[in-house]
Design a protein around this ligand. Structure first.
Ligand code: GDP
Length: 196
């Protein structure tokens, strides 16, 4: 899928969010899960690197994604959320999260899909399970994507997926690799299915 991304802005408070326009796809995950790599693999560009510049890691970084080089109106807005899970002992993910994240996930009108990234090489993390619980409780559609699947052999992949699905209490998920491109088309298929 060829798309034309443009960095919009970094928001540190709800007043700074862009005017709701196109359907929004939010990317969430623990720090180091491979979120920027995944966004870059989806966009076919280095656009998400911008979110790693100092000062932007605690912000929501918004990108306008057009599906034609000439169209003004974006087809989607991508929202790259701050990574969570730094703290060793975490009572809740929101304890480490900037206070505007939960309201964003709860109230943002145009938020159509949350893509929750989990590392497919490690057991279920409490903070990931808490995020899924939270999204379920507020009724936000989400898709769980296991990252770095290139590190797993065929058998280990099947096992990892089963363990993660059971641990997170979900019916289905995708396994992907930003390195090899595995699963990237499947993620696009889910984003494409998001209603305008
Ligand atoms: P972020 O903090 O979630 O944005 O994570 P990054 O995208 O910066 O990736 C964190 C680390 O994981 C980096 O060292 C990446 O090279 C590595 N990584 C990211 N995606 C993959 C992947 O698909 N496969 C492998 N093997 N490593 C990956």
């Amino acid at each position: 899928m060829r798309v034309y991304p443009k960095f919009l802005l970094s928001a540190l408070a709800p007043e700074q969010f862009p005017q709701p326009s196109a359907p929004e796809v939010a990317f969430l995950g623990r720090s180091n899960v491979g979120k920027s790599s995944m966004i870059n693999a989806l966009l076919g560009s280095d656009e998400a690197r911008v979110s790693q510049t100092p000062g932007r890691t605690r912000a929501i970084n918004f990108f306008a994604i057009a599906d034609s080089p000439t169209r003004q109106q974006p087809r989607w807005i991508f929202a790259d959320l701050p990574g969570y899970g730094y703290a060793k002992i975490s009572k809740s993910i929101s304890a480490e999260w900037p206070s505007f994240i939960d309201p964003y996930l709860t109230n943002r009108e145009t938020l159509a899909l949350c893509i929750c990234l989990v590392d497919s090489n490690i057991p279920v993390q409490r903070s990931d399970a808490q995020l899924i619980e939270f999204l379920t409780s507020v009724g936000r559609p989400f898709l769980v994507v296991g990252t770095k699947a290139d590190r797993l052999s065929g058998n280990a992949r099947v096992k990892a997926e089963k363990t993660l699905r059971e641990g997170l209490g979900i019916e289905r998920m995708l396994l992907c690799s930003a390195e090899t491109g595995r699963g990237i088309n499947e993620v696009w298929a889910e984003i494409n299915a998001v209603k305008a």
